[in-house]
Design a protein around this ligand. Structure first.
Ligand code: ZN
Ligand code: FE
Ligand code: FE
Ligand code: FE
Length: 166
């Protein structure tokens, strides 16, 4: 379909994000299983639950816009998740695997932060305030999830991975 204006591009990018969230929902249980540190498992589980509510928020957004949510495949998220799956299948010490999982999860969050940052800017430009509210809530959850992962890495996991013998 031809993209004629900013609204068309906005819908296109929302569909991409909607598909990305569904891929994340499917991928996260495997990351949670692979995590060893309780605080990492907890952070990933919390964000999985948050991701479920993000999909509901996006459903609401599509309803407000009177548009279908489906029709796009996010190939970038597909690639990030493939890298994550490859990492999980590596042989690694559990502390090193935890550090690697954080690295993978932060790639997911950064892609989302970029995507939601852009659609928030579009919603603002288009004067869609109710839609903007929903998207800003998602964006701040993604940022918070990213910060939590940085905190866990810097205060615990990376140190343990560094001092691993053998
Ligand atoms: Zn797309
Ligand atoms: Fe998300
Ligand atoms: Fe995408
Ligand atoms: Fe996220």
């Amino acid at each position: 379909m031809k993209l004629n204006n900013l609204k068309d591009l906005f819908i296109h990018e929302l569909k991409d994000l909607y598909n990305a969230e569904h891929q994340i929902l499917k991928a996260m249980p495997k990351m949670i299983d692979a995590a060893a540190a309780v605080e990492l498992k907890r952070a990933l589980k919390d964000h999985l639950r948050e991701t479920e509510t993000q999909v509901e928020r996006l459903d609401k957004v599509f309803k407000m816009l009177d548009e279908k949510a489906t029709g796009e495949k996010c190939k970038a998220m597909e690639g990030i998740i493939r890298e994550s799956d490859e990492m999980i299948s590596q042989r690694a010490d559990k502390n090193v695997m935890d550090a690697a999982l954080i690295s993978m999860a932060q790639r997911v969050e950064h892609y989302e932060i970029a995507g939601y940052g852009t659609v928030c800017t579009y919603a603002k430009q288009l004067g869609m305030h109710d839609v903007l509210d929903q998207l800003q809530m998602i964006l701040s959850e993604e940022k918070k999830a990213d910060e939590t992962l940085t905190y866990i890495a810097e205060h615990n996991i990376n140190m343990k991975a560094e001092h691993n013998a053998k």
